[in-house]
Design a protein around this ligand. Structure first.
Ligand SMILES: O=C(O)CCC(=O)C(=O)O
Ligand SMILES: [Fe+2]
Length: 250
């Protein structure tokens, strides 16, 4: 449903391949606000393993059927009204990508990206400290590279949840409440040349949430889309102190 509505929402915007990005600030279209509401209400269950300790020995190891419920966004972000007030729609033709970046600091924590159309691989690279990087707005076609010399770090868990589990199919009619996500540590985590990186396949209907560590200390980018037309919706919130646009000449 979301995909059908949204496709008609941007019909004609990208007919000319020169146009590959559309932005909206302030009040979002009703379907985009509804998407934000659905994201606010989403949570995942993380299944656990229980180790029972007796003295200094682990005497029993059992896989439990209890689950930990995680909201997709931190509480402080979920309290925000509206949750999102800025949207970018990116259109990628074959060969297009987006340079590895950390989203600009003027956007608050808690960013949601919905993937539609053809799948692609998104690369995550750990980079510290979080910087006001070039940002995504250099979306001019092919990605040009990765941040130079990112620090070496070790964890591929984000907010305690492996990156690969923070995906939720929006085509799932149950999306508002009883959603589940499996923990999958085999999401392509790899280490090369001392750089920690993770590749995540983004399929149509996937929702990617970037918050806290994932939002501030991992760069994300797409080398190039290889299979066909892809559309992404990025929902963000402009920080209160960044809402006034100033003209450099003033
Ligand atoms: O197209 C995407 O999946 C990511 C877009 C993005 O990172 C951005 O607009 O900041
Ligand atoms: Fe981004």
């Amino acid at each position: 449903m979301v995909e059908t509505n949204q496709r008609s929402a941007w019909r004609g915007w990208f007919d000319n391949p020169v146009n590959n990005q559309a932005m909206r600030f302030g009040n979002l279209q009703s379907w985009a606000s509804e998407l934000g509401t659905n994201i606010r209400n989403l949570y995942v269950y993380v299944h656990g393993v229980c180790v029972q300790i007796c003295g200094s020995l682990a005497v029993c190891l059992s896989v439990c059927d209890w689950s930990l419920r995680h909201n997709l966004l931190p509480d402080v972000v979920l309290e925000r009204i509206p949750l999102f007030d800025q949207m970018i729609v990116n259109s990628y033709q074959i060969g297009d990508g987006i340079k590895a970046h950390v989203d600009l600091a003027r956007f608050a924590d808690g960013i949601a990206v919905v993937s539609l159309g053809c799948p692609c691989d998104m690369q995550f690279t750990r980079t510290l400290p979080a910087t006001e990087s070039d940002g995504p707005h250099t979306h001019t076609g092919r990605a040009e590279g990765q941040p130079s010399d990112p620090p070496r770090l070790h964890s591929h868990r984000v907010n305690g949840v492996p990156l690969g589990s923070v995906r939720q199919s929006l085509s799932d009619k149950q999306m508002s409440t009883d959603t589940t996500a499996s923990i999958d540590d085999s999401t392509g985590a790899c280490t090369s040349s001392g750089t920690e990186s993770v590749v995540m396949r983004l399929c149509p209907g996937d929702l990617l949430i970037l918050s806290e560590d994932a939002r501030y200390t991992w760069a994300h980018g797409i080398d190039r889309v290889t299979e066909g037309h892809r559309i992404s919706l990025t929902l963000r919130s402009v920080k209160t102190d960044s809402r006034t646009l100033t003209c450099p000449s003033e």
